[in-house]
Design a protein around this ligand. Structure first.
Ligand code: FE2
Ligand code: FE2
Length: 201
């Protein structure tokens, strides 16, 4: 069998779906590599499009955010999340935070995924008032157990990481960590650690 027999999913049988399932599980093993390839594209200046104007590329920003997390002895979840928090920027610039969170969510602590998911509105604290908008838009999450975690992520690692002179580590430094985290069994409660507030180191 080289291809399934069906042309509409409703017509597939068990043989078809067992055949596809094997491919799918093989495909999962390449997620980390595909994510790293997407990140590398964010360093290609020809791909910057409307995100030009910063002193660093999106890749350099991602690497710098992850470097800060690593230098603070953050755990694997945090370092990989810091690296990938803006991974959605090329294809979902207006909801890049949610896209990044969904890529990470099966593999990292719930708290870390929440911080990535909401970093967009928390980052507004640093610039929104300059554009006549509400810098405290994040207050709609006041009282949430992960509020302070997200605020700290933005304050310590995300917002300062636009510095071309920072000693930023290269992508190769982080690639093994991305492989390691994406090799975890998806949605396993042991690494999701639901409802646990750990914060930043
Ligand atoms: Fe972002
Ligand atoms: Fe960012």
């Amino acid at each position: 069998m080289e291809k399934v027999k069906f042309r509409a999913m409703a017509d597939g049988d068990a043989e078809d779906y067992r055949f596809l399932d094997a491919f799918e599980h093989q495909y999962y093993k390449g997620t980390a590599k595909r994510v790293l390839a997407e990140l590398a594209l964010q360093g290609d200046q020809s791909n910057q499009d409307g995100l030009s104007g910063y002193q660093v590329s999106r890749l350099e920003h991602a690497l710098q955010t992850a470097t800060r997390a690593m230098n603070d002895n953050a755990d694997d979840d945090w370092i990989v999340a810091a690296l990938l928090h803006d991974i959605g920027d090329r294809i979902a610039p207006q909801n890049h935070d949610t896209v990044a969170a969904e890529i990470l969510r099966p593999f990292v602590r719930e708290e870390v995924a929440w911080a990535v998911e909401h970093h967009g509105v928390f980052q507004m604290y640093y610039y929104a008032h300059h554009l006549g908008k509400d810098r405290e838009a994040r207050q709609k999450y006041a009282g949430h157990p992960y509020f302070q975690t997200c605020a700290d992520f933005c304050e310590r690692w995300d917002q300062p990481s636009f510095d071309p002179d920072y000693q930023t580590k290269p992508l190769q430094t982080f690639a093994p960590l991305v492989e390691k985290v994406f090799a975890r069994p998806a949605w396993h409660v042991e690494h999701l650690r639901p409802n646990q507030v750990v914060g930043l180191p």
